[in-house]
Design a protein around this ligand. Structure first.
Ligand code: SF4
Length: 322
């Protein structure tokens, strides 16, 4: 069951230049067609350009990261302007504002000393070649202050497995928050867990068990503590790569629910589709679609409602690539 209605777009942050705004140092943009043409059907963008919001102007001298006395600084080499403190203060303020406003994901521009998530050149005072372990100051701030927010760079989203994982995390994060709104309760958490437990199992079995215990023993602790802990375990588990073997484990768990009801021919078809997926002959969407179909045919409500079978809009075709 998809909690998000198709006409309900999820708010996410995005580096302004990626949605075509002319905010770069040279007055240009870095419009990303996947973001503007495909993701825009599902997400409501909140464009943010830290450098222009800081008042650096368009066009402006380029910036770079420099290591001075072992700390990272944001410098305009042309005029030696050091804007580290200004950018850090802005970033702290902006992230606090975004937490209040509520967004459910973020796409950052790679290779920017403000927005890049990693692998940036860091220059030292001498002329030796730069290190390549820098993180943009705004990016580092949002990742540190909001570790559960699904964040990716536009370049990494061209990797289909990373793309599937990020989109799934955004939908899961949004659906969790919506399910607990306006006030969390144990009843809501139990209902959410019964729909999402297999989504977690395919990423990390220890978290799946821990979350099960948390829900079972939840009444002993204040509800806010329980839901905060659940959300942390949930979003952290989803960040881990789900392997083919872990997907097969979940598919076989789901198959177990069909024991009595299903015809021999249908069961054979399901088993064969899982085997074909194991061998790499078909993508995950094949056994997932069959299980979903038969769960509806045989009225297995519990299976049919599993978010694992419908983690994101099918038009994105993301289960066809893993
Ligand atoms: S990378 Fe970030 S700071 Fe640079 S132009 Fe794009 S949004 Fe602005």
């Amino acid at each position: 069951m998809m909690v998000v209605a198709p006409d309900e777009k999820i708010p996410i942050g995005v580096s302004s230049c990626l949605v075509g705004e002319n905010v770069r140092y040279d007055g240009g943009h870095k419009k990303d067609r996947f973001i503007t043409d495909i993701l825009s059907s599902y997400f409501d963008f909140v464009p943010i350009c830290p450098e222009t919001e800081l008042g650096l102007g368009i066009p402006r001298p380029t910036l770079r990261l420099e290591k001075i006395n072992d700390t990272l600084h944001l410098i305009q080499p042309k005029n030696k302007n050091n804007i580290t403190d200004k950018m850090q203060r802005y970033s702290n303020r902006k992230v606090t504002e975004l937490i209040c406003r509520k967004i459910y994901g973020y796409i950052l521009k790679s290779r920017s000393p403000s927005c890049g998530m990693g692998g940036l050149n860091v220059y030292t005072n001498n002329d030796s070649s730069p290190d390549t372990n820098g993180i943009g100051i705004f990016a580092a701030t949002i990742m540190n202050k909001w570790p559960l927010l699904p964040i990716e760079e536009e370049g990494r989203l061209s990797n289909l497995s990373l793309r599937e994982n990020w989109v799934k995390r955004v939908f899961c994060y949004y659906n969790f928050e919506q399910s607990m709104f306006p006030k969390p309760s144990m009843g809501k958490l139990v209902a959410f867990h019964s729909r999402y437990k297999f989504s977690v199992l395919c990423h990390h079995e220890p978290s799946y068990r821990q979350m099960g215990r948390l829900v079972a023993e939840g009444k002993k602790s204040p509800i806010k503590e329980v839901t905060d802990e659940y959300k942390k375990l949930f979003m952290t588990a989803l960040k881990r790569e789900a392997t083919r073997g872990q997907h097969i484990n979940v598919l076989e768990h789901l198959l177990g629910f069909f024991k009595k009801e299903i015809s021999t021919a249908a069961k054979r078809e399901l088993i064969q589709s899982i085997e074909d997926y194991r061998q790499g002959y078909v993508p995950l969407i094949v056994p997932v679609t069959l299980i979903h179909h038969y769960s509806k045919v045989y009225k297995l409500e519990y299976v049919a409602q599993q978010a694992y079978l419908n983690p994101h809009p099918s038009q994105l075709a993301l289960l066809s690539c893993i």
